[in-house]
Design a protein around this ligand. Sequence first.
Ligand SMILES: C[S@@+](CC[C@H](N)C(=O)[O-])C[C@H]1O[C@@H](n2cnc3c(N)ncnc32)[C@H](O)[C@@H]1O
Length: 340
Amino acid sequence: MVYGHTRKHAQSDEPDSYLCLRTQVLKQLDIKCCRFTVATGLYTGYDYNCPAHEGPVFSSSVEQDKENDVTQEKKTQDFGENPLDVRDTDHYKDEYVSGFVDKWDELIDWDGRANSEGDFFIRLLQEHGARKVLDVAAGTGFHSVRLLENGFEVTSADGSPEMLAKAFENGRKRGHILRTVHADWRFLNKSVHDLYDAVICLGNSFTHLHSDNDRRKALAEFYATLRHDGILILDQRNYDALLDHQVQPTHNYYYCGDNVKASPEHIDESLARFRYEFPDKSTFHLNMFPLRKEYVRKLMREVGFQKVTTYGDFKETYREAEPDFFIHVAEKRYIEGENE
Ligand SMILES: C[S@@+](CC[C@H](N)C(=O)[O-])C[C@H]1O[C@@H](n2cnc3c(N)ncnc32)[C@H](O)[C@@H]1O
């Protein structure tokens, strides 16, 4: 199947990237060619005869197309002979295989998750005067769609084309055309040339970065794409509780699907390996880095965020070991004398 790839539009000299959806997807989704201008954040046309898809200019990009091509369906994950050795940032691309992506919505359960988080993120964004939001870990599009439906202007980015295509499809089913950008956080500003009031990185996504250098670079890229007084909202599991107290998270808030089991299979100071089991007995894994809460807060301040407020399971006050998830709100706005 599918999917999208970013590349410079063949017929344009503009220094923008475009998302060209492959013909197969376009047919499948019953839409024509879309051309998305990152700089303006607008779809600029639906033209099935878009010259970018044909002719000599297109064929000169065949090598790049091959490189970006994800048409081969990958249904199963491969962690090699020793899965506990896989502690590598790039591996997320192999973890979100189509078989897992197809099951993701069963795991999170959109209605259940919307009920559990209520209007927490919507309120937070409104309180900070945010209107234009970049969802950098769009996944299957849950937050992008919720925010769109609550009047925000949203761009959905993700490093996994499989996820992005599913997000696009989910958006279409609900009557939206998502503005999608295929981008890895470490090189975000190569593909995103606009400024946003808020960047959101939700669903325990940041934990996919396995080195301190990658985390700093990603945060610096998020910081750069924010307006001068923008905010970053980033969440993470309460790994401190897992590492220090071996507390089993309850998953009441994030993974709301019935009969789906998400459990830590292994945890040490540099690896948290989670196992996801579905009612049909299919299983998948994710190898994450167990982020300590204070470490993330410190990193955020070190890349320039002036103030970081951390919520526990959507509450401002909590006992450290209790929450399943922490939500950090990092403010870029300059605060004189702020010294946490
Ligand atoms: C745990 S999923 C969460 C998806 C969604 N936010 C949710 O809550 O359902 C993590 C997402 O982050 C994306 N991701 C992981 N590492 C990334 C990176 N370095 N750059 C861009 N996206 C990345 C994955 O492709 C995946 O879609």
